[in-house]
Design a protein. Structure first.
Length: 168
C-alpha cells in the first residue's frame, strides 16, 4: 500500500491536470495542487466547474493522472472527497498553496476572499486503491462549453501574406 500511495503522490504532483469523475456527471480535467498528502482543487464562479460532478463531502471520486510530457494515463486512483471548513486551518493552508499556482487570476489581490464566499475548495484524499487502466482509448465527445473558437480568417489575409513574401 505504501508503494501505491507513493506512486499516486509522485504522479499527481508532477501532473498539471487530473481527470476527476465524481458520483455524477462527466469526467473533467481540473488543475490542482498536491498538498499534505492529497490533491486540492478550487471550483465555482470564475474558476473550474465542479457543480455537475457531485463532489460532496464524504463522496468518492475517481482520479486519473496523466503524464505531463506524453499525456498518457499513468494511474487511476480512488479518492475520498473532503470539503474543509472555510477559513479553517486546513482550508487556509490549502488556499495558500492554490493561490501560488492559480494563473491569470482576474482578482489576485482578493482571490482568497472570493474563494471563501463564492467558490469551493476540495481535498481529494487517496484511499490507497488504484483502478486497473483500461486498454481502450476512452475517447469521448467534448463537453459543451461557453468557450468560442476563432472567427473565420479575413478574406484579404491570404493576399496580404503573399505580398509580404515577395518583399522579403
Amino acid at each position: 500500500m505504501t508503494q501505491t500511495l507513493a506512486l499516486i503522490e509522485e504522479a499527481t504532483k508532477k501532473s498539471g491536470l487530473i481527470w476527476v469523475q465524481g458520483p455524477t456527471g462527466p469526467s473533467r480535467a481540473l488543475w490542482h495542487v498536491w498538498h499534505e498528502g492529497a490533491a486540492h482543487l478550487v471550483g465555482g464562479p470564475g474558476e473550474q466547474p465542479l457543480e455537475d460532478l457531485g463532489l460532496t463531502d464524504g463522496a468518492r471520486a475517481t482520479v486519473t493522472v496523466r503524464s505531463k510530457d506524453k499525456g498518457g494515463r499513468l494511474v487511476t486512483w480512488t479518492a475520498l472527497v473532503v470539503e474543509p471548513a472555510v477559513r479553517g486551518e486546513e482550508w487556509t493552508s490549502a488556499v495558500a498553496e492554490l493561490k501560488g499556482k492559480r494563473l491569470n487570476a482576474p482578482d489576485a489581490e482578493r482571490i482568497e476572499e472570493r474563494w471563501a464566499t463564492e467558490c469551493r475548495v476540495l481535498r481529494l484524499e487517496p484511499t490507497g486503491s488504484t483502478v486497473e487502466l483500461p486498454s481502450g482509448a476512452l475517447t469521448a465527445v467534448p463537453l459543451p462549453t461557453a468557450a468560442t473558437t476563432r472567427l473565420p480568417m479575413p478574406a484579404a489575409l491570404p493576399r496580404l501574406l503573399r505580398g509580404r513574401r515577395r518583399r522579403g
